[in-house]
Ligand binder design. Structure first.
Ligand code: PHE
Length: 345
């Protein structure tokens, strides 16, 4: 029986050094498993007399209860120690600076497209899409620009094959929409990319974008075109903007005009934005040529229409005071951020 006391004192001192669950499990196995110390002491019963069994049995059971008690008490302590350890490991240092993520923002190029769309949607226009890779037939032929026409020189582009090319203007969409609508009235705009042989410099790029506009109905006249573009200029640039028409030439419009907007910076006095003329050229337009109406299934005796093509980058450059067209395509985050400040503040 003295031995039992020793066993308990030894267990106590062992438990004093235990700091982790693993260590405790080992000790429990050593004492309480099937082949452990307590079991082997119990199995000694069968060697004893009935009389001896009585006292030995009692003592050994008490030993078992004490061992279990000591171990489960220690278990509570070890759980606390382990929890403490975990808390320390998982502790978050709230004084650390945050990891900053740069949130992508909208390129001013797309902001202008949105604004232009808003303005025309407000006037009842529908926004159409057209293919960037298109057929000669739609880009030139159906717009009154046959194969040998000199106007093709100004719109040389990249060819996929003899008949397939990257569109040199969004005017191709005019033909697509007229063919699709099959003689019904039309009131659409179509923003999109265009490609043209050009010098790449501060104001020119071989890839740029336009918004095409096309209105076809009965009794459409040049006055409607002027009123429409004047409203556009007022909404896009300034309330007191004026526009002026200068006669021009496009094979698919007759008459054709270049459209200038009064300089929103100097209001006509002359400055570096308008090159001292008081006017800034922003687009080409005109009345849809009767040949174009005919070729695309509209009777020019009944229907008339106007069309215009706005250079998107040009409008964005004027509007935001951007000096180099290439900035739109470089995706320099610092440049893009400049145009999103208001949203952030
Ligand atoms: N497509 C012409 C261009 O690219 C612009 C334009 C469109 C002119 C519609 C008249 C009518 O220059």
């Amino acid at each position: 029986m003295e031995k039992f006391k020793e066993i308990l004192t030894e267990l106590e001192s062992k438990l004093n050094n235990v700091n982790s669950l693993n260590e405790l499990v080992e000790i429990r196995n050593e004492y309480l498993s099937k082949k452990g110390i307590v079991s082997s002491l119990m199995s000694k019963m069968k060697e004893l007399t009935v009389e001896e069994k009585k006292t030995y049995g009692k003592e050994v059971n008490e030993l078992k209860t004490s061992v279990e008690k000591l171990i489960s008490e220690k278990q509570i302590k070890v759980n606390e120690i382990e929890q403490e350890k975990r808390f320390k490991e998982e502790k978050i240092d709230i004084s650390l600076p945050p990891i900053s993520h740069h949130v992508g923002k909208e390129n001013p190029f797309y902001k202008i497209i949105d604004e232009i769309e808003e303005i025309f949607i407000g006037m009842g226009y529908k926004v159409e899409k057209g293919p960037e890779v298109d057929k000669d037939h739609f880009v030139f032929e159906l717009l009154n620009i046959p194969k040998d026409h000199p106007a093709r020189d100004m719109q040389d582009t990249l060819y996929i094959d003899n008949e397939t090319l990257l569109r040199s203007h969004t005017s191709a969409v005019q033909a697509h929409v007229m063919q699709k609508e099959g003689g019904k009235p039309i009131k659409i705009i179509c923003p999109g990319k265009t490609y043209r042989r050009d010098d790449d410099d501060m104001t020119h790029s071989h890839q740029f974008a336009q918004v095409e506009g096309l209105v076809i109905d009965k009794n459409i006249n040049l006055g409607n075109l002027k009123a429409t573009l004047e409203l556009f200029a007022k909404k896009m640039f300034s309330k007191d903007s004026k526009i002026r028409f200068r006669s021009s030439y496009f094979p698919f419009t007759e008459p054709s005009v270049e459209v200038d907007v009064s300089c929103f910076n100097c209001h006509g006095k002359g400055c570096n934005i308008c090159k001292n003329s008081g006017w800034i050229e922003i687009l080409g337009a005109g009345m849809v040529h009767p040949n174009v109406l005919k070729m695309n299934g509209y009777n020019p005796e009944v229907y008339s229409g106007f069309a215009f093509g706005i250079g998107i980058e040009r409008v964005a450059m004027l509007r935001y005071g951007i000096d180099d067209i290439r900035r739109f395509y470089q995706n320099d985050i610092r440049f893009i951020d400049e145009f999103n400040k208001k949203v952030e503040d």
